[in-house]
Ligand binder design. Structure first.
Ligand code: AMP
Length: 446
């Protein structure tokens, strides 16, 4: 029961209005400590209810009578604009019976309109690091009186190259009394460094380890001979599986566009989301999916980051994600807040070793599934090593040029050697399409 927490009655009223009955594990663990004013470092997957775990204590701190606002009192940093928008909505839902106002600052929106909003001084500011820094540098933003700072999806902010920006913004909140950092994964040395810099004697709550990932989600693999065969399997799944809404992940924009084209030709109502789409397209795609006008979304990782769409119960990895953490993020789209979900990865010969490394990383074995109507000839390696990898898969010559197979052989946790979707990340943040970069990058590097 939410009434177990020492939350203001107006917040409990909003919680009841939203039909939240039982707190999720992350809420049970984090809310009391956050209310005490502790610095927290929380490892919890997307979909665990972590937003409410920091928003409710934040609002509780800010509760008070209506008055002229003079200072921004809380700052929430997030990696992508969609996630920032969703967090704003969550804040607005929980603060509906209070006088607390929140504002949003992300890339892709009008700079001057944002500056005007900042002049009215919201109590809570929610945003992505790049644009917040631009507003700061333009003299439009004063964070000196921020009492509470939240870094959400901190691991992803680091992946996207925001470490310095985040630290600079945290430094601007010099008088803060409390900092909370959330990440879906335990992260690496970059995250440890950031934690040491921004948190004071934090309590570490590890609510979901990756191996407990989305327990409501069934995880399967289906082997395929090649991409055209994958398309047949995909078509079969979309036509025969029971689902409310599905998301199909690819590793590259080109592949996302290709699948999208195929699905449109097959008369599926679908949208495609990747970093080259402008903000209007992205909003439209997400709104249609939420309203149910469209049931299928084709997306690259970054474009789909932070999507919280109710009823999204099937995730298909057309391309296997390049790291275990990316897998966790993708599968986090489904089985949210205890709902059932299905995650299916399509695996060719070239994907096998990557898939088996991800299984090892997650300490899970995916269910092997065959569909007789679209069965191919590849059913997995003839012989596997103890690690689950194929025996005798020689690297091909093309591998040296950064072909996906090279990545596949490296395993999911060695991020540095992998062609990371850097440009896709930054593009998604700014809503721009740097064409020059696109030509110089190898096709799989998105
Ligand atoms: P999050 O992990 O914060 O993105 O939350 C995932 C989804 O679960 C959101 O749609 C929340 O509104 C919903 N949610 C969070 N906490 C609860 C709860 N205690 N009961 C029901 N739904 C919840």
């Amino acid at each position: 029961m939410f009434s177990q927490f020492a939350l203001h009655e107006r917040l409990l009223k909003a919680v009841a209005e939203l039909n939240f009955v039982e707190p999720t594990p992350v809420q049970t663990a984090a809310i009391p400590l956050a209310l005490e004013g502790r610095d927290l470092r929380v490892t919890a997957q997307t979909g665990s209810g972590k937003t409410a775990a920091f928003v409710l204590p934040m609002l509780n701190r800010l509760m008070g009578p209506a008055k002229v606002r003079v200072d921004i009192r809380a700052l929430i940093l997030l990696p992508t604009r969609e996630l920032a928008q969703q967090t704003l909505k969550e804040v607005e839902r929980f603060s509906q019976f209070t006088f607390i106002k929140a504002g949003l600052i992300t890339g892709g929106e009008d700079f001057k309109v944002q500056a005007a909003m900042l002049r009215k001084v919201p109590d809570i500011l929610i945003g992505t690091p790049g644009r917040l820094l631009e507003q700061l540098n333009a003299g439009n933003l004063d964070l000196k009186q921020v009492e509470l700072l939240v870094l959400d999806e901190a691991d992803r902010m680091l992946d996207m190259g925001f470490a310095e920006d985040v630290e600079r913004l945290a430094g601007e909140c010099a008088n803060r009394q409390q900092t909370m950092l959330f990440s879906a994964t335990t992260g690496g040395s970059g995250l440890r460094e950031m934690i040491a810099k921004v948190l004071k004697d934090p309590q570490h709550l590890q609510v979901n380890s990756v191996s407990e990932l989305a327990s409501g989600t069934k995880q399967q693999i289906i082997t395929a001979d090649h991409n055209v065969h994958k398309e047949q399997v995909l078509h079969w799944l979309l036509a025969n599986e029971t689902y409310q809404k599905a998301i199909i992940f690819t590793n590259t924009r080109a592949m996302a566009d290709r699948i999208y084209g195929r699905l449109v030709a097959l008369e599926y109502k679908t949208f495609v989301l990747h970093g080259e789409k402008d903000q209007k397209d992205r909003k439209l795609a997400i709104d249609r999916l939420k309203q149910g006008g469209v049931k299928i979304l084709v997306a690259t990782d970054v474009a789909a980051r932070g999507l919280d769409v109710e009823g999204l119960d099937m995730v298909i990895n057309f391309d296997m994600p390049r790291t275990g953490d990316d897998y966790v993020h993708r599968i986090g789209r489904t089985g949210r807040a205890g709902a059932e979900g299905l995650a299916i990865s399509l695996i060719t010969h070239g994907d096998w070793n990557l898939m088996s490394s991800i299984e090892r990383y997650l300490k899970q074995k995916f269910e092997r599934r065959t569909i007789k109507e679209v069965k191919g000839s590849y059913t997995g390696p003839k012989k596997v090593k103890a690690s689950g990898k194929a025996v005798g898969v020689k690297k091909k010559k093309t591998d040296a040029k950064g072909d996906k197979k090279k990545t596949a052989a490296k395993g999911p946790t060695k991020r540095k050697t992998v062609n990371r979707p850097k440009a896709e990340s930054l593009v998604s943040q700014d809503g721009m399409a740097p064409l020059k970069k696109r030509v110089t990058r190898p096709p799989v590097s998105e």
